[in-house]
Design a protein around this ligand. Structure first.
Ligand code: NAG
Ligand code: NAG
Ligand code: NAG
Ligand code: NAG
Length: 411
């Protein structure tokens, strides 16, 4: 009887669209601070380019998503992370139906919910299309109390997944040891919008100036409030143009920037746009990510920026110099790709997930910061294990083998 009553009350609340947000407010992830573990470590697993929801009308589409869930479970079982980052292209929006386009989120997060792990997303270019919107993905994520994705910058030009998360020391303290910044590089097409000839309307594919302004101002406030810069990491789906110039001019060396380097030249923010904002395919790169690159490269304590998007690139590069054709100079920030995690999206490189391990003792001195990172593959093997410290780029590491899989059991 009692059970029946609560089920009825619950379903009434669900019908009113109230149940989950209200019920879980106390327990909501945003209200529960993330902390370093007792042993002084904090580990993040990054899944990117999962591309759920391709061709629901053919058997290979749903099959891919089952395999992607296998990849996620393999990685989660092999690692002990405190946070999962979904770094864009969760869903392939051009393939989805209007009625249920965000339902794929339930499949993606099931392994996190099962383990009571919290996660934080950035959205990618495929997360915006005629039948799929970033705002609706966020609303769907917010049904779960383990979702830490939120929105701190508003407006049509800002995108949605722009926010930060403070990570506190194990011992209670009001000063975070680490900040995680999440940026929205937009792209794709605006939701339910058509132009006069009935075509989808393209959305710019770079981090907007309003977001750069918010980041700079908010970081300054946090620096003032806590009496100095706080070590930080950042996540964005589409890499900046600096990654492309490092790749084509400075060159990725297999023993110094271990990883796959097959997407060459890689696709950066502002690709396909002209400097004047035209988007008719007449320009290769419009330069609109300049302000974002400048902000990242001039933020004290910013250790690394992690991107996805280019499934065939998996290296990290320390950006230290003024590169040919660029007005912004690097300050030593590391620009990293992860590993294509999903069976959706292009390419057959062995699926996997970049791990990032931060040790409190390695971020105590703001002038000498380091983080460890490696890639955990779907077969649970580890490749590309490096330390992003002051000598990264000069330290020699084993090269990463360029391996491929057609399915999890096809090796
Ligand atoms: C969008 O969803 C509608 C309704 O399910 C479907 O008929 C249509 O084919 C979809 N459009 C695209 C571009 O996928
Ligand atoms: C969405 O609807 C389509 C068409 O009915 C179906 O094939 C697909 O499995 C649905 N997707 C989800 C995630 O429910
Ligand atoms: C609508 O968009 C398409 C594709 O970008 C373009 O070819 C077409 O010229 C646009 N139509 C108008 C009226 O702007
Ligand atoms: C950076 O890390 C590598 C790999 O652990 C190590 O060999 C190197 O000595 C470190 N550099 C510094 C300055 O500690």
């Amino acid at each position: 009887m009692k059970l029946l009553f609560s089920v009825t009350v619950l379903s009434t609340l669900v019908l009113l669209g109230l149940a989950l947000p209200l019920q879980h407010e106390e327990r909501s992830a945003l209200g529960r601070p993330l902390r370093f573990a007792k042993d002084g470590t904090f580990q993040i697993s990054i899944f990117e380019d999962l591309h759920y929801g391709e061709n629901a009308w053919e058997s290979w589409g749903p099959q891919q998503d089952i395999w992607s869930n296998y990849v996620i479970n393999q990685v989660l079982d092999a690692e002990s992370q405190q946070l999962v980052v979904l770094n864009g292209d969760l869903i392939t929006g051009e393939n989805t139906y209007l009625e249920n386009s965000t339902d794929y989120l339930d499949e993606i997060v099931a392994p996190f919910v099962q383990r009571d792990l919290s996660w934080a997303s950035t959205y990618g270019n495929h997360d915006s299309d005629y039948n799929l919107s970033r705002s609706n993905i966020l609303a769907h994520e917010r049904r779960y109390h383990n979702a830490r994705t939120t929105q701190m910058v508003f407006g049509r030009e800002a995108g949605v997944s722009n926010y930060y998360l403070p990570i506190y020391p194990h011992k209670k303290s009001s000063t975070p040891s680490l900040l995680l910044w999440f940026f929205d590089s937009r792209g794709g097409f605006y939701y339910q919008e058509q132009n006069a000839t009935g075509d989808r309307v393209g959305q710019p594919d770079w981090v907007d100036q309003s977001v750069v302004d918010w980041f700079t101002a908010t970081n300054q406030e946090l620096t003032d409030e806590h009496g100095g810069p706080i070590p930080s990491l950042a996540f964005v789906h589409i890499p900046t143009y600096a990654s492309q110039v490092l790749q084509t001019e400075a060159k990725v060396k297999k023993h110094y920037q271990p990883g796959i380097n097959d997407d060459y030249p890689l696709a950066p923010q502002a690709q396909g746009w002209c400097a004047d904002g035209a988007n008719d395919g007449s320009c290769e790169y419009g330069g609109q990510d300049g302000a974002f690159m400048e902000a990242i490269a001039s933020t004290p304590g910013m250790m690394a920026l992690f991107s996805g998007h280019d499934h065939g690139d998996t290296w990290c590069y320390k950006w230290e110099t003024q590169l040919p054709g660029m007005t912004v100079a690097g300050n030593g920030v590391n620009l990293c790709f992860g590993q294509h995690s999903g069976y959706g999206g292009y390419g057959t490189w062995t699926r996997g997930s970049r791990q990032v391990l931060i040790r409190e003792e390695m971020i105590n001195d703001i002038d000498n910061l380091a983080v460890e990172t490696w890639i955990r593959l779907e077969n649970q093997k580890v490749v590309g294990s490096v330390t992003l410290n002051s000598t990264y780029g000069q330290d020699r590491y084993p090269a990463t083998k360029n391996t491929h899989t057609e399915c999890p059991t096809c090796e």
